[in-house]
Design a protein around this ligand. Structure first.
Ligand SMILES: [Zn+2]
Length: 244
């Protein structure tokens, strides 16, 4: 029997009483498994099998790799996230990024901790757009897709001023190089500075006020989609928060 902390990514009904669960576990990465009688058994699944619940799960693996989730318990439920529609959308977006960026069964404790911290920050309702943006920057770096915000992606000159971002080049480009490019998104020096601070500290979420944080969130959505070739479906809902 194996056990690990986990977050639920997806739950599909399977027959009368079972669920197929897709979980992001701390020790084994993303796994899929069958939870027998999970709809009925409160004893074994006292842990709420819902998104935004920090769980501990136990599972066993049959020869051939099929996993059976035996039981679960709740470590912490992020209940504000479950009740507030806007925050629910933010949380869903965060989980979908994990789903898209990580391969199956590839453990990544740093991303697990980042996910837990981000859900906790969203749950506290403090500056959700900052929490999302910092999450995007960190998860891209930790999963090997780090965008370059340090120097011009064309001429390699270091940049700390207003500049542009090229999705195709995978990073910022200076004003001089921009003249030969199309599709450069504006990047402010405030964003470059905030990003530097965020990348230094993993534990807290500095409260820099950014102009138009959703412009940057959208840019990183486009970048993630371009690099992975996958659509982040929940990003559409974030558009609605922009007008709040
Ligand atoms: Zn340049």
């Amino acid at each position: 029997m194996k056990d690990s902390e986990a977050f639920l990514l997806h739950k599909t009904e399977y027959g009368e009483a079972d669920y197929i669960l897709s979980l992001f576990t701390k020790d084994f990465g993303k796994i899929k498994g069958i939870a027998k009688y999970a709809k009925k058994s409160r004893k074994r699944f006292g842990g709420r099998l819902e998104p935004f619940v920090h769980l501990r799960v136990r599972f066993r693996e049959k020869p051939g790799g099929i996993k059976f989730i035996e039981d679960s318990e709740t470590i912490r439920a992020f209940s504000t996230l479950m009740e507030d529609v806007s925050l629910f959308m933010c949380g869903s977006f965060v989980l979908e990024n994990v789903e898209i960026l990580l391969p199956e069964e590839d453990p990544n404790e740093n991303i697990f901790n980042l996910l837990r911290e981000t859900l906790s920050a969203l749950d506290s309702k403090k500056n959700p757009s900052n929490a999302i943006l910092r999450f995007q920057l960190s998860v891209l770096t930790l999963s090997g897709y780090e965008p370059n915000f340090d120097f011009c992606s064309v001429c390699k000159r270091s940049i700390e001023d207003d500049s542009y971002f090229s999705i195709q080049k995978g990073g910022i480009i200076c004003n001089a190089c921009k003249k030969n490019k199309i599709n450069g998104y504006k990047i402010s020096k405030d964003f470059l500075h905030a990003r530097k601070d965020w990348m230094k500290g993993h534990q807290n979420f500095p409260e820099q006020k950014l102009d138009q944080p959703f412009d940057y969130i959208n840019l990183l959505v486009k970048f993630t989609q371009y690099r992975t070739g996958k659509e982040i479906k929940s990003s559409k809902f974030l558009e609605e928060l922009r007008n709040d």
